[in-house]
Structure formats: C-alpha cells, structure tokens
Design a binder for this molecule. Structure first.
Ligand SMILES: *Cc1c(COP(=O)(O)O)cnc(C)c1O
Length: 422
C-alpha cells in the first residue's frame, strides 16, 4: 500500500488519521508522509524516498535511528520475553545509571511516558506538601496532563483557563500560570496564595513551544523563591535531560530541584518516563507512602534496555561530538538561509542550544511566548515545504524544535549541504 492509501484508510478508523496531532501535518498544505524505516540520520518513506531527519522522533533518538548497539541489546532482550509485570533485573541498571548522573536524587520511579511522569510528579508534590496548587509557565509543555492543559486567563496574574475541551474549570483552577522570566510576578503569585502552592513546574530549557532559553538569573531566582515559600521545584527534563549534557539542565545550571521528570532519551526510543528525587519525597509514593502510582507496563524490560544502552554510549566525549555535529549543521542552515534563492529565507536563522535548534524568522532573541512573531506558522510553511522537497525533514509544525544526533556526523553534514543547494 502507498502512504496516501494508508492515510485514506486511517482517516476512517483513527481520528484525523493520526495517534498524536502534530503527525497530521495540519497547516502544512499536504497529507502526512508515511515513513517505513529509519537508519542513522535518515528516514525513508513508503515510496523509498530518503529524508535527512531533524525530528528524530521528537527527541529520544540522541544516537540516531537504529543504533547498532541498542539494536543488538534489544534483540537479545527479546529472546527473554518482553513483559513480566513483576520484578526483573533490568530496571536496576537504568536506575543506577540515571541516578549516577543526577546527584540530587536518591530514588527514581519508572513509568511509560513523559506525560505519566509529570502526572506522578504533580500528585507527589501535592501529596508531600498537602497543598493543591501548582504554578506553571506559559510556553512550557508538560504533556497532556489535564491540569497542565491550560492557558493564561484574562484576570489576575496567575489565573488560568483550560486550553483543551474536556478539562474542567475546577481542575484548571488548581494551576496558576505565569510568563517565563518574570520573578516579580512569581513572587506576587506566591504572596497572593499563601500556603496554597505545592510546587512550581518548569522546563528549565523550554523546548516545546519554540526554544525559549532562560537566563541563569531567572532560574536561580525561581529556585530561591521556591525555597522561600516552601514549594517544591519540579524540573521537567523530558526533552533536556541527558541531551544538553550528561546531567541535563540540573548539571548545566547547577540548580538542585526537588523533583525532576524524565522521558524521551532515557528510553532510547522506547516508551518510558521517570520521576526522580530525594528519598524523603520519593518515599511518599506507594507502596511506602500515601501517594498512589502504578503501571502494568512500567519499567518494561525492552524500554529499560533501550535506555540503558543509549545512556551507556552517551559518554562525556560523546557530548562534545554531539556539539560539534550540531554546530556544523547549524552553520550550514544559517549559510543557506542567508543566500538561498536571492534571499527568500534570509530573515531566518537557527536559535540553537546544543543539539536543539529552532528556525526563527527574526534576529531578536526569543525568551518568552510574547516574543514569538505572530505570523510564525505562515512564515514556516514555505520553509518546511522547500526543505521537504530537498529531502530534509523538519517537524511539521513551526513551534517544534529540531534535533541533531550522534548520527548527524561530518558525512551527513556534507549530504545536508548537497541537499540544501540542490
Ligand atoms: C515530550 C514532553 C512531555 C511529554 O512526554 P510524552 O512521552 O510525549 O508523554 C512532557 N514534558 C516535556 C518537557 C516534553 O518534552
């Protein structure tokens, strides 16, 4: 079957034909591409056309597609069966490996997705503090947890309304929403809600609504305010964890959160999520503590081994190589932006942090949602289409970031250059 035919049949049996909305290519003026295989930095569609992939499954594939060590370990693991619903030896290896990289945490609980990890961390924060409210920042994504599907309300600073149908007002009212980068508003919000705020959740490197790098000053100030008002600081490192460096943003910033949430890379492309923190908080989780949490497929052996093999290859020197790869790729894009087709994209540049990048049609640094050009999506469409035509695949949405991987090496950069100028 051709991709188009699969899509037509999927539209009948699946809402919008997709199992996650960005995959629908909404606003991209064409039906989604159906990819049948991935290898290294490349994806192949059903017609056999090759694409240089900068979506990389939205982040988990830091080694590239189908890394041979991960593949070997997964195949070996398959031979032992793939789900026991009972204790197994594999999750301890990954637990030790992750905890060995993040000193602040003594314990970790594995779940099946980033969303599930956030949901668990929020419940744990509320249970531990015996308070109900959580502060989140506009421009940060924390999965599709009900209480995180909110947008700023029109009333007082912090008020929120749901951003999705089906989220009740009662649930939305338990989340307070603030702009990134504003410590005065954060302090005011704490003062306005004395003894009510269980925790503050943030992507320390917001990378789901563009790439909104925060200043050290803001992140340190946030940490100080959480201490002052006795609220838990929750780092959502589902994207940034083990991507921006061997200890994620915890390592980059030197800030100690109370809880951190992981996903994506720690499963190496298999479904996984995790919550990590100090023993005194983590032991509030069942079976020791009063905060319930469970999962039929939690710590699934394949996911554990996929993550373990991935992290094993991400040595300190691997991060240096990843940075080199990313710099090379970024230089090529920026050069192409400035010169291609008499300057058709000369207003574009890549806003980049390590192996994460975001094509933006402005020279200004963007650090919060109100800085984002309002016509971002309109401007993105011709860029996306032109690159796609050349066999270069960006995520099909202007607000998604791009990813480089260990597989985006010098040879791939040469190929990118050839494709860009073809
Ligand atoms: C991807 C992501 C999530 C959600 O993870 P899923 O595995 O898609 O549920 C949550 N938070 C952040 C920061 C993410 O990047």
């Amino acid at each position: 079957m051709k991709g188009q035919e699969i899509h037509n049949q999927s539209l009948k049996v699946v809402p919008g034909g997709v199992h996650s909305p960005v995959r629908s290519f909404k606003g991209m003026n064409r039906p989604p591409i159906y990819f049948s295989s991935g290898n290294g930095a490349y994806l192949k569609d059903m017609a056999g056309k090759s694409y240089l992939d900068f979506c990389m499954s939205f982040g988990p594939l830091i080694l590239g597609h189908k890394n041979s060590l991960v593949e070997k370990k997964l195949i070996h693991a398959l031979g032992n069966g793939w789900s026991f619903g009972a204790c197994e030896p594999y999750s301890l290896d990954l637990a030790k490996q992750v905890l060995g990289k993040i000193e602040f945490a003594d314990q970790i609980r594995f779940v099946n997705s980033g969303t599930e990890a956030v949901m668990t961390a929020l419940r744990l924060a509320r249970g531990y503090k015996n308070r109900s409210k959580i502060i989140k920042f506009d421009g940060c994504y924390h999965g599709h947890v009900d209480s995180m599907l909110i947008k700023a309300g029109s009333g007082l600073a912090g008020t929120a309304t749901s951003s999705s149908a089906g989220v009740s007002e009662a649930v939305a009212s338990e989340t307070l929403i603030l702009p990134l980068g504003d410590l005065d508003l954060l302090r005011k919000c704490f003062i306005d809600h004395p003894g009510e705020i269980a925790g503050v959740i943030i992507e320390p490197l917001p990378a789901n609504n563009g790439l909104l790098e925060q200043t050290d000053l803001f992140l340190k100030g946030l940490s100080t305010l959480c201490r002052e008002f006795d609220a838990l600081l929750i780092f959502d490192e589902v994207i940034s964890g083990f991507r921006v460096g061997p200890s994620g943003m915890v390592g980059v910033t030197g800030i100690t959160p109370d809880l951190a949430v992981y996903g994506k890379i720690i499963g190496g492309g298999l479904p996984v999520g995790a919550v990590a923190g100090p023993r005194k908080i983590m032991e509030f989780l069942a079976p020791l503590g009063p905060v319930y949490q469970a999962g039929t497929l939690s710590a699934n052996p394949l996911a554990m081994i996929g993550g373990q093999a991935t992290l094993e290859l991400m040595s300190a020197s691997a991060y240096l190589e990843l940075e080199k790869n990313s710099q090379r790729i970024s230089d090529l894009f920026n050069h192409w932006f400035s010169e291609y087709n008499s300057g058709q994209f000369s207003h574009y540049r890549l806003q980049r942090v390590g192996s994460l990048f975001w094509p933006v049609p402005t020279n200004k640094n963007i650090g919060k949602t109100s800085d984002i050009p309002s016509d971002l999506a309109d401007q993105f469409l011709p860029l996306f289409s032109t690159l796609l035509e050349k066999g270069i695949y960006l995520s099909p949405n202007a607000f998604e970031v791009g990813f480089c991987s260990m597989a985006h090496d010098e040879e791939v950069a040469k190929d990118l250059e050839g494709r860009l100028w073809s």
